[in-house]
Design a protein around this ligand. Sequence first.
Ligand SMILES: *[C@@H]1O[C@H](CO)[C@@H](O)[C@H](O)[C@H]1NC(C)=O
Ligand SMILES: *[C@@H]1O[C@H](CO)[C@@H](O)[C@H](O)[C@H]1NC(C)=O
Ligand SMILES: *[C@@H]1O[C@H](CO)[C@@H](O)[C@H](O)[C@H]1NC(C)=O
Length: 287
Amino acid sequence: MKLTAALAVSTLAGTVYGVADHLWYHTDLSNVTEFYNEVNVVPGAEPISTYFMTNGFTGGYFGVQHNTEGKTGKTVLFSVWDNDDGTKTTQQYCGKSSRCSTFGGEGTGLHANYDFQWTAGVTYAALTHAKPLNNGYTDISGYFRHENKEWYHLATYRRKTNSPYLSGLYSFVENPSSYLINETRRANYGNQWVRNSSNKAQELTVADLTHTTLVDSDRYGSGAKGTSFYLFIDGTTNDIPSKTTITRKATGVKPDFDMKGSKGSIKSTQKSHSKRKTTSKQKSGRN
Ligand SMILES: *[C@@H]1O[C@H](CO)[C@@H](O)[C@H](O)[C@H]1NC(C)=O
Ligand SMILES: *[C@@H]1O[C@H](CO)[C@@H](O)[C@H](O)[C@H]1NC(C)=O
Ligand SMILES: *[C@@H]1O[C@H](CO)[C@@H](O)[C@H](O)[C@H]1NC(C)=O
């Protein structure tokens, strides 16, 4: 596809899919290698057909999903697109509880679905890590942190990139279909941070709000509450800020970038499963 992945998400979401709104984080840190975000989905605001995307970047995204059909229900999803020039992204690692496969349709690439029945009202974290390889490729990894602070490595994908670092950092809430548009989907996104390869970290407290092209029945809203941003779509009300650049309070507390977790080690990430057979494309929800 010719569009950047991030743009395609917005564009297609407006025309083919349902409503979405997005937060685009400001950062002036150069050569970002890690992007950390926390998500807490509001209880009762997570009907099926919702993607709470936390860690979006140029070339991929990562978040928690409530799928529209199939038996898996809730999943954690980490996707990396092929390069726009057609160069395929390749799998370097697939976590032992991940279903790793190619996807097509809205761009092509590889994704990992982790069948984790996440719970609304619980704070989870997602960490995206980019390791530039000096040959025009970058290894991009997705790590999900459970309630007990243990990390799970979903997958590592090698992507041909124009810039070897993480850029275009964003989050969104989306209903990828027109299913249950009468029900609100809402989440808090908090404590965003980035770090670069010289171990310099920056907290991301400012974001720009955008949304898909709306029809009259579409509802959305966003804002900041304490140290979190919130985003919602669908339902019956709007909460549209007067200024589309939103600022949250800083926590000043650097996150667990090195994934020491609650037990001082990275769990379930070391054994390689990259030879594992990929499964067929999932039929519901997002790529
Ligand atoms: C990391 O960020 C700091 C502050 O912006 C900058 O001085 C440093 O050069 C950056 N390191 C890399 C590897 O880009
Ligand atoms: C940041 O990345 C660019 C592109 O890879 C590189 O040329 C530059 O040297 C890096 N800066 C630092 C401070 O490492
Ligand atoms: C939304 O519509 C569905 C059926 O169309 C209905 O079952 C559900 O109760 C409605 N939800 C709300 C919050 O009104």
